[in-house]
Design a protein around this ligand. Structure first.
Ligand code: PLP
Length: 397
């Protein structure tokens, strides 16, 4: 056997990492030592957890656990095939029927993740001759899908519908045009002006697509999403939802016309070339849908908690302007300050992630909090006490 000199050709990665460390953006993922929840044991410390996307507390719901265990008993651990060969079981078909009914669309198609749903769909529908018009704060999976499609990408300033219209105007010669936006923006917790976007896109005959990763299970009746929230049923061509956030499990889906779904089954590459969800995942998602459809109180509690926590932070003097949803960013300005605030909060028993450039613009560094329906008043009060104490200590309030 020849001598193997590990890492020589990759030595440049050490310089890249050193640069990230110098900028203070090198990450060490924290480790959960039990279930995801409103309080969690993370890196050996019990904390109030304000960093998950577990909006409805379903990630560790006993009904989802039971459904997952029963599905394993009945169907086994994995599918060992992609959906289009031998990897579609009855649970997948049932979940897609249920999701289409939930979203009030003709059909739905489940992907392995929200990421692959976005990237796979955009890349399948658009090509070189086309133009994609995209909000500057759209999610990375949309950006990757746009790149994979090889369409021309035109970015408009965040939520600037007038700028979006100018881009549509100058794209009249394109074969096809897609206008794409997040429904709820993950770093700011604000909502896209979907009625205006849809109206303008329609004037130009453009395709419309909304990524509801943070709106699924959060916004609209029973958590049906942004389209439902604005009463736009039937007016958005492509809706993407995630099963990984409020639904508490894993996956993404596209909801729309039967024509759209029929096409994606033939052409969406992650759907065609990557193994389908294991039975436990699909069954747990079905159990979560049962809960969403029958229990409106859960979503009411989520919004009530979000209101309470946002007002508490504002009363304490923090800048939480812009948040319209349970995503509540606390803007502090400098990246180092945001990281310091996050670290000190953790020592005080509160886990809220610091986020800096390049994830958010320079000077807009923040600690992002996400409130869930599962947090008690006591959890939120404990978090507010820690924020007040550390905020004063660091001169933020
Ligand atoms: C999280 C997220 C996704 C990806 O969803 P996953 O199911 O985690 O892959 C897509 N879009 C947005 C806006 C997101 O926040």
């Amino acid at each position: 056997m020849s001598e193997f000199a590990p890492g020589n050709a990759l030595a440049f990665l050490a310089d890249e990492i050193a640069a990230m460390q110098a900028q203070g953006v090198y990450r060490h993922p924290r480790v959960l030592e039990g279930p995801q929840g409103p309080r969690a044991v993370i890196d050996g410390r019990e904390v109030v957890n304000l960093s998950s996307n577990n909006y409805l507390g379903l990630a560790d719901d006993p009904r989802l656990r039971q459904a997952a265990m029963r599905a394993i008993e009945e169907y086994g651990a994995g599918t060992a095939s992609v959906r289009t060969i031998a990897g579609t079981n009855r649970l997948h078909a049932e979940l897609e029927r249920r999701l289409a009914a939930f979203k009030r669309t003709e059909a739905a198609l489940v992907f392995q993740s929200g990421f692959t749903a976005n990237a796979g769909t955009v890349a399948a529908i658009l090509g070189k001759e086309d133009v994609i018009i995209s909000d500057e704060l759209n999610h990375a999976s949309i950006i990757d899908g746009c790149r994979l499609s090889r369409a021309q990408i035109k970015i408009f300033p965040h939520k600037d519908v007038a700028a979006m219209r100018r881009l549509l105007e100058e794209s009249r010669d394109a074969r096809r045009v897609l206008v794409i936006t997040d429904g709820v923006f993950s770093m700011d917790g604000d909502i896209a002006p979907l009625p205006e976007i849809v109206a303008v896109a329609k004037e130009y005959g453009a395709i419309t697509m909304v990524d509801d990763a943070h709106a699924s299970g959060v916004l609209g009746s029973n958590g049906r999403g942004t389209v439902d929230h604005f009463g736009l049923h039937g007016q958005v061509d492509i809706q993407v939802g995630t099963l990984s956030k409020a639904i508490g499990v894993l996956g993404g889906y596209v909801a729309g016309s039967k024509l759209l779904i029929d096409y994606l089954i033939q052409r969406a590459r992650p759907f065609l070339f990557s193994t389908s969800h294991p039975p436990a995942v699909t069954a747990a998602c079905l159990a979560a849908l049962d809960i969403l459809e029958s229990d409106e109180e859960l979503i009411q509690r989520l919004w009530e908690n979000a209101r309470y926590f946002r007002e508490g932070l504002a009363d304490a003097g923090f800048d939480v302007k812009g948040s319209e949803t349970p995503i509540i960013p606390v803007i502090v300005g400098e990246g180092e300050k945001a990281m310091r605030l996050s670290d000190r909060l953790f020592e005080e028993g509160v886990f809220a992630q610091g986020i800096a450039y390049p994830t958010v613009p320079k000077g807009k560094a923040r600690v992002r909090t996400i409130v869930t329906a599962a947090h008690t008043r006591d959890d939120l009060d404990r978090a507010l006490t820690a924020f007040r104490k550390v905020g004063r200590e660091l001169g933020i309030v």
